[in-house]
Design a protein around this ligand. Structure first.
Ligand code: COA
Ligand code: AMP
Length: 634
């Protein structure tokens, strides 16, 4: 007999309409769909066509009005940086959300209008997201670690009617003022929002701009609750910008209906979470993990979601994760491996773990970057629970590969996020679009149609959507990850095939950083690549070729470009290392050989390519890498 995973997987691939049609019965529809899947314009596939629903209704009102669970805790806001722990019930969260939705309506926001949310990890960020969903406005959350210019780029692309922000964020011991960043971004942007609603935090209040800025508390005072509007399943719910190969980010668009169906289903199937459980995703609402697993999926499920404003270390110590798991009786948590590497570095023997009762804790889920076996084994040995790596992307919205703990757990193989999740027909392709046999490395790709919840487009950019994901391998979605599948169907994700790097679980474009460096007046040419880092997985390193005739102190120029990246992309880029070189290694046709520099820095074997224009340049690169503290060998 087939195990539940195999049965679900086979059905999802052989009969996707049947599979997802059944799954969708678990959600509240105002009107049932006419067609589960309209695939007539692939890759613009549409799920639950004709279906009417509301995302916020399913996340909040449904549990209160139809399940009589309004008293159940929806969010636990745990903020060691402000010494706050707040339990918010479903009823309270609905009331706050309805009121804020009313405030948005009062400010002229309606269905289809965009609202940018630039906020720290406070419950009001969740309220703002759900309030948009309630009235059919399309939210676009921007991560707080991005600089004003990055925010401005997103403002110009999304053209929001309104921006919701807060006076400040708190990063460990530092207070980060958000308002000056927001004001600068609006100044830079061509598209200006009509209004900004600012949540004033007591740690640092912000001056407001008369006529444009409204204080959150005032907006709430004068508002009356707004009801859920009826949305088509295929209407957009949100835009989330993610790094592309250039400085222009990609505006990933997700729909309402497919997103709701898929995400609610994953809570049990992948994470084994039921409605009475407490779940914790230690990420940020600015990332896809935060959208899907701090906010939407746990609330669709009706369980309790912890929202954590702090760091794995230093707030106050490397025991904070165990304190939270123990105090709130967390059943499963999800974070990026880098967080566990940070803890392991401070508490290598896991001594702080033993101070807490973790008897309720059942599973640790890791994603966002490769889970290195050392970190996985350290976590297994110390926590004594299964540690489950799973693989996904901003674009996919939920896991492509995982060990589905609620269907049928498989033995863990270190270095693999286990098997394709139902819905994802994962193949390894060669350059001729042919499937490769087990064990051979190629382009990890997903045969179309993509399941519900995956991206439906890039914001107002059909051409880029088709070109970026569906052109190179016709009939497939290109993940831009390389990897292989073994004889048992386990997937291995090796590396990106583009110039995206992964810094502390944050996805960044080296191309975007190169654009910033190249704009320095003394820089003729620049290359940025990601080198291995014991804590953050990868960190960016820049190589600069100066214009001829530049005689300034090179250290000054390096310091200036580091400041430029921080100023234009943001501190999240962690760009702290750069060096001047006479030339960059290139092929005879002029392509920069970034891969070689990366291998040298990572101490990996490499062959000097026959096409290199001047092999001697590698000696200089080697010396520069040593100077940066990055060891090299040939
Ligand atoms: N607002 C403003 N600034 C922010 C920010 C935010 N929301 N998030 C990060 N930053 C800043 C940090 O303060 C830091 O600034 P600095 O250069 O002045 O020190 C910089 O951006 C880099 O931040 P980060 O990469 O988080 O490094 P860190 O050294 O502060 O912390 C870790 C390292 C590993 C502890 C941290 O990255 C972490 O907790 N990662 C968890 C992974 C995660 O949440 N991934 C999301 C996807 S699952
Ligand atoms: P993001 O869109 O920020 O979620 O980043 C997605 C990218 O992170 C993927 O394309 C992978 O390169 C990487 N990634 C995410 N999860 C994993 C994982 N479990 N193993 C290896 N790489 C991962």
């Amino acid at each position: 007999m087939q195990n539940p995973y195999d049965a679900a997987y086979q059905e999802s691939i052989n009969n996707p309409e049947g599979f997802w049609g059944k799954v969708a019965e678990d959600c509240r529809w105002f009107k049932k769909w006419d067609k589960v899947l309209d695939n007539s314009r692939q890759p613009f596939s549409r799920w639950f066509v004709g279906g009417e629903m509301n995302t916020c209704y399913n996340a909040l009102d449904y549990h209160i009005d139809e399940q009589n669970r309004g008293d159940r805790t929806a969010l636990i806001y745990d903020s060691p940086v402000t010494e706050t722990i707040r339990h918010i019930t479903y009823a309270e969260l609905r009331d706050q959300t309805a009121l804020f939705a009313g405030a948005l309506v009062d400010s002229g926001v309606g269905k289809g209008d965009r609202v940018i949310i630039y906020m720290p990890m406070i419950p009001e960020a969740v309220v703002a997201m759900l309030a948009c969903a309630r009235i059919g406005a399309i939210h676009s959350v921007v991560f707080g670690g991005f600089a004003a210019k990055e925010l401005a780029t997103r403002i110009d692309d999304a053209r929001p009617k309104l921006i919701v922000s807060a006076s400040c964020g708190i990063e460990g011991q530092k207070i980060i003022e958000y308002k000056p960043l927001l004001d600068a971004a609006i100044d830079i942007a061509t598209s200006k929002p009509d209004k900004c609603i600012i949540f004033q935090r007591p740690q640092r209040k912000a001056p407001l701009k008369a006529g444009r800025d409204i204080e959150w508390a005032d907006a709430m005072k004068s508002s009356s609750p707004a009801d859920c509007v009826t949305m088509l399943a295929t209407d957009p719910l949100y835009i989330l910008y993610t790094s592309g190969t250039t400085g222009q980010p990609k505006g990933v668009v997700r729909d309402n209906g497919g997103h709701m169906v898929a995400l609610k289903w994953t809570m049990k199937a992948i994470y084994d979470i039921d409605k009475d459980d407490v779940w914790w995703s230690a990420s940020d609402v600015g990332w896809v993990v935060g959208h899907s697993y701090i906010v939407y999926a746990p609330l669709f499920k009706g369980c309790t979601s912890v929202i954590f404003e702090g760091k794995p270390v230093g707030t106050p110590d490397a025991g904070v994760f165990w304190r939270i798991i123990s105090q709130h009786r967390v059943k499963a948590m999800f974070t990026a491996p880098t967080a566990y590497r940070a803890i392991k570095r401070e508490d290598p023997k896991g001594e702080l773990i033993r101070k807490y009762d973790l008897s309720n804790f059942k599973t640790l889920f890791l994603a966002g970057e490769r889970s290195d076996p050392t970190t996985v084994q350290w976590s297994e040995n110390n926590l004594k629970v299964p540690v489950i790596d799973h693989w996904w992307q901003t674009e996919t919205g939920w896991a492509i590969a995982a060990n589905c703990m609620g269907l049928h757990p498989f033995p863990v193989k270190y270095g693999s996020p286990t098997k394709a999740v139902p819905g994802w027909d994962v193949r390894v392709l060669d350059i001729n679009n042919e499937s490769l046999p087990p064990g051979e490395i190629g382009a990890l790709s997903v045969r179309l149609p993509l399941p519900p919840g995956a991206l439906t487009n890039l914001w107002e950019n059909d051409d880029r959507f088709v070109e970026a994901y569906f052109t190179e391998y016709p009939g497939y979605y290109k993940t831009a990850d390389a990897g292989m599948i073994d004889d048992d169907g386990y997937i291995y994700v090796m590396s990106r095939t583009d110039d995206i790097i992964n810094v502390a679980g944050h996805r960044l474009s080296t191309g975007g950083m190169e654009e910033v460096l190249a704009a320095h007046p003394d820089v003729a040419e620049a290359a940025v690549l990601g080198v291995q880092d014991a804590l953050k997985g990868q960190i960016p390193v820049g190589f600069l070729v100066l214009n001829s005739g530049v005689t300034r102190d090179q250290n000054e120029i390096v310091a200036e470009v580091i400041a430029m990246v921080r100023d234009q992309i943001g501190p999240v880029a962690s760009f702290k290392m750069a060096a001047v070189v006479k030339r960059l290694p290139k092929t005879r046709s002029g392509k920069i050989l970034r891969g070689i520099i990366q291998k040298m820095a990572d101490n990996q074997e490499f062959k000097t390519p026959a096409t290199i224009d001047d092999p001697a340049i590698l000696d200089e690169i080697g010396t520069v890498l040593k100077g940066l503290g990055l060891t090299t060998s040939k």
